[in-house]
Design a binder for this molecule. Structure first.
Ligand code: 5GP
Ligand code: ZN
Length: 115
C-alpha cells in the first residue's frame, strides 16, 4: 500500500469516486477525464505499480480484471459495438498514475492507430 497513491486513496475511500463495481479484489470507477462516452478504470485494491510488479500469483487477478471489463462493457451496452482495453505501463507507455489499472474505453469509434 502506498500512502500517497491516488488510487489507494480511492480504494480506502479517502478520495471520492463513483464506484460502479467493487469486490474483495477490484474496484471500477469512471475516469475523471474521459476520452470517450464510456471510460472506466478497473483497479486492483492491492497496490502494485504496473505489470512489472505482477507475479505468478497475480494471474487470476489479471484475468478477473479482463472479465470485469467485459461485464461492464456489456452492462454499458457497448459489448457488440466494441471497445478498447488499455494498460499504460511505465513512462514510455504513458502511465501517469503509478498503481496498476486497466482502461475500458468505448461508446464511439476509436482511432485504429495506436502509438
Ligand atoms: P494512466 O496512468 O494510465 O495514464 O491514466 C491514469 C488515468 O487516471 C487518467 O486517464 C486520469 O484521467 C485518471 N485519473 C487521475 N486521477 C484520477 C482521480 O482522482 N479520479 C479518477 N476517477 N480518475 C483519475
Ligand atoms: Zn496504490
Amino acid at each position: 500500500m502506498a500512502d500517497e497513491c491516488i488510487f489507494c486513496k480511492i480504494v480506502r475511500k479517502e478520495m471520492p469516486s463513483q464506484p460502479i463495481y467493487e469486490d474483495h479484489d477490484l474496484v471500477a470507477f469512471p475516469d475523471i477525464r474521459p476520452v470517450a462516452p464510456v471510460h472506466v478504470l478497473i483497479v486492483p485494491k492491492e497496490h502494485m505499480v504496473n505489470l512489472n510488479d505482477v507475479g505468478k500469483n497475480d494471474a487470476g487477478l489479471l484475468g478477473k480484471m479482463l472479465r470485469l471489463s467485459a461485464k461492464i462493457a456489456n452492462d454499458k451496452g457497448i459489448a457488440e459495438s466494441g471497445y478498447r482495453i488499455v494498460i499504460n505501463n511505465g513512462d514510455d507507455g504513458g502511465q501517469i498514475v503509478p498503481h496498476l489499472h486497466l482502461h475500458l474505453i468505448g461508446g464511439k469509434a476509436l482511432d485504429p492507430k495506436m502509438g
